[in-house]
Design a protein around this ligand. Structure first.
Ligand SMILES: Nc1ncnc2c1ncn2[C@@H]1O[C@H](COP(=O)(O)OP(=O)(O)OP(=O)(O)O)[C@@H](O)[C@H]1O
Ligand SMILES: [Mg+2]
Length: 361
């Protein structure tokens, strides 16, 4: 479950537009996604035509007579796309929680009750750095910071980075952040010089995807729909689908590096284990045989596929890793047990036949 806050104290920089359309694009790609509207303005809920009595307020408040869990307030928007709506009451929750111990972790505790039932949880934050935004960052591992290519937006980002550092220091919780350039107007020279500035400042911490200005995003919002439903061929839909792919790719990269880690650990383990074993070679000439096994103390005298010999020009052989020790063994040639004709070191067994002996040192 990847929990991502979409936050910036700057109003109107595209937080809600990103939250709605990124959620819709992830859902379209088969990712089970929950959008949490954590803004008392309820723009994400209204932007999806949801005007709900029950909201995050009922989940976070301790004084409401109608206390609910996350699962009780969730509204299905589309296939794979759920919404936890907000309403105006949420505005009072910051004051309600002001004196409460652990008030910064309230949302995290409640989200934990969802038991990993989503691939992605996106949280649309209000345009300030108050208790709700702090709760959101505390519950998240990642923060998307939308930056409109206007003059004042970078100040907002710097303040938000300060807050994430503070959360790291005070609550011992680390989040990664990535800047998303939004409402980019390629007709303006100013946009490009701002983009340059952002790139210089944040380089690696930026999404490759840029969200261009697109009137369809505004129209979809007015119609209470994601742009993907409203006009899937629009620039806005393409930009948000590209952002979703970028996020999903980073997931895959993390999974691959995880896999590499596991592979390296396995190789190390095999290396360590193999030091305990010494390779013993078993060989017998049997040109007309169809199958030859070796059985002994090392495999409880069973005819095991792992102990089947290979043949080359009528000579059968196997190289087997054995621990140090003293072993008795026999060959089984086409079902017939016999001692190793090349090995004079033998011992009589209870059946009156000879077992071959092998010392691994
Ligand atoms: N790429 C875009 N192209 C055109 N219009 C956009 C784009 N992104 C956002 N808008 C419009 O800009 C306005 C503000 O966007 P939005 O509500 O997403 O910002 P916000 O950061 O959530 O605002 P707030 O801080 O109030 O929560 C909305 O009318 C929205 O439709
Ligand atoms: Mg908003």
């Amino acid at each position: 479950m990847r929990i991502i806050s979409i936050a910036s104290q700057k109003g109107g920089c595209g937080k809600t537009t990103t939250a709605i359309n990124l959620a819709a694009a992830l859902a379209l790609n088969g990712c089970k996604t929950l959008l949490v509207d954590l803004d008392p303005q309820s723009h994400a809920s209204l932007g999806l035509n949801i005007n709900s009595q029950d909201s995050i307020y009922n989940v976070l408040s301790n004084i409401t007579p109608r206390k609910l869990k996350f699962k009780d307030i969730i509204v299905k928007i589309e296939n794979n796309f759920d919404l936890a709506p907000s309403n105006i009451l949420l505005g009072t929750v910051e004051q309600e929680l002001a004196e409460e111990i652990g008030r910064e972790s309230k949302l995290k505790q409640e989200l934990d009750s969802l038991n990993n039932s989503y691939d992605y949880i996106l949280i649309d934050c209000p345009p300030n750095l108050g208790l709700l935004t702090i709760n959101s960052i505390r519950a998240s591992k990642e923060v998307i910071m939308p930056v409109e290519t206007s003059r004042f937006s970078l100040v907002g980002v710097e303040r938000l980075i300060e807050i994430t550092d503070l959360i790291k220091e005070r609550l011992n919780h680390t989040v990664t952040y990535n800047i998303l350039v939004t409402i980019f107007d390629s007709r303006l020279r100013h946009s490009f010089s701002m983009l340059d500035k952002i790139r210089k400042e944040f380089g690696q911490k930026m999404f490759n995807t840029i969200i261009h200005i697109n009137v369809k995003l505004k129209e979809a919002n007015v119609m209470g729909s994601s742009v993907i439903n409203f006009d899937k061929y629009s620039r806005g839909a393409k930009d948000y689908c590209s952002l979703a792919r970028e996020l999903m790719l980073s997931d895959r990269k993390a999974a691959i590096s995880n896999l590499k880690d596991i592979k390296e650990k396995m190789q190390e383990l095999v290396k360590q284990k193999s030091k305990e074993f010494i390779e013993a070679t078993f060989r017998i000439a049997a040109p007309s045989a169809h199958n030859v096994y070796v059985a002994g103390d090392f495999n409880n005298w069973t005819l095991d596929e792992a102990y089947k010999l290979k043949t080359h020009n009528g000579v059968w052989f196997a190289k087997l890793p054995l621990k140090q020790g003293h072993y008795r063994y026999r060959f089984v040639v086409d079902g017939k047990w016999q001692e190793d004709p090349q090995n004079n070191n033998t011992e009589k067994n209870p059946f009156g036949e000879l077992d071959s002996l092998l010392d691994i040192k």
